[in-house]
Design a protein. Sequence first.
Length: 482
Amino acid sequence: MGQRVYPGPRLLFGESHGRVPVAVDGVPAGLRAVTVPVRRDGEDRLPRDRRRRLQVTEVDLVPVEQVALFESPVELSDANLLWVLGAERRAWGSVARRFGPTAEEVAAALVRCGAVVLRYEVDELMALGRPVHWRLSQSWSEQAEERCAQLRGSREPRRARRELLELMEAVEQLSAERGLLAAVTDDAKLVVPEGSRSGARAWSVYEAAIRAAATWWALRAAGEQEVTLKQLAALALGGSKRWTGQQQVAFANLVGMEFEEAVREEDTDLRIKGPLSWRIGEVAADAAVAEPWVGLPARGLRLLGEAECAAEGVLVVENSDTFGQVCRRLPELTSHWLCVWGRGYARDQLVALLGWLAPRPIAAWCDLDADGIGIVHDLTRRLGRSVHAVGMDAEIWRAGPYRRRKDPEREKVRDMKLAADLANRVDGALRDLALAIAKSGESLEQETLYTSVLPRLPELLEPLLNPGCALVGSRAASEPRR
């Protein structure tokens, strides 16, 4: 079976949700217009009227082509580039005063290189109206502080390197990294040493990661078993809110463990395994080669830049231990399926990721209980498309063994009611499972199925990639039955 090819994103991941291209007259060459999302129920959505038609009164202009990171227009002077980087957002009046009659030409050039996203009004004839403002793109915003420092020449490279060398001297775990930095010549600019384990390309990201790693190792050596994200940022970076997504990934690379294992913070990451690679700014990660999986910080997800996904489908696994088993034991599956830890009912970050990966088929493997069915139905509802349950049918559930309950009577009654309600909202094998659970309220955990269902996952998923075959074990969740 040939590999399916899906178009890659032209916007950063965090900037693409709730946007679609629209045809507008007067758009400059090399740019395209996309809808401006509206915020509803905590999510970015397409702007629609009550009849579900697109309602376009404003658009954002973005590049047509994928652009190299941080290559500014050649015609822009350093002074003007400093001005561009000096504010996250500029009203059009400020831009016009700065650049005069060439303002729109300069703005278009900045959009083409990926520096800014330019907002325009749209008239009733679907033609560009007046410019409203621009804002720095997420990737440029992440690097603005360092780029400004480089342009101003405000840091003396030898002194900056010496500070880090002194910091790493007492940390045995960073001795190899220290050797790489020590080998940089005195006349070199602020550059990341070749071969750095951090994976960083920008000095600001590298420096923050080194400072955080040195502080983290020192805290662990002092007996601190639990280090929080804000604690580490405050001690190493001078402020509890100064972490960036790039810095988090580079720090995790240096300490040799996933970010959420190294620091404690609510909702820190999405765990992913499979054919997906990306950059957060200039720090690269590859979910295909990571062992056993890679963790992407939640904030980093919003900053996802250049991304490539060769996956043919997406598998959401509810529980952490089961997700780990899939990653370790089924390389033939993760070679062409993107496996994601669902972590119970889906968080907004997961829903956004799955929406971005459309139109790939999505499957879910959850506990065989009322909440497991609820998770599949909830994902279907929020995505507005089918999510196929695998390894979740009444026959598997009846074989047990069932979960031991702390409060059996109360918990079973609750699950019976939930399952009975869900039976009216799902179809096929998932409905049969809901009806069975509605009679007893029993629950079967994924972790009991490592010898029966886990080895069969590739077989169970194959029909989703070959529509000519019947689904094995389960069918798609659907909208409420009528």
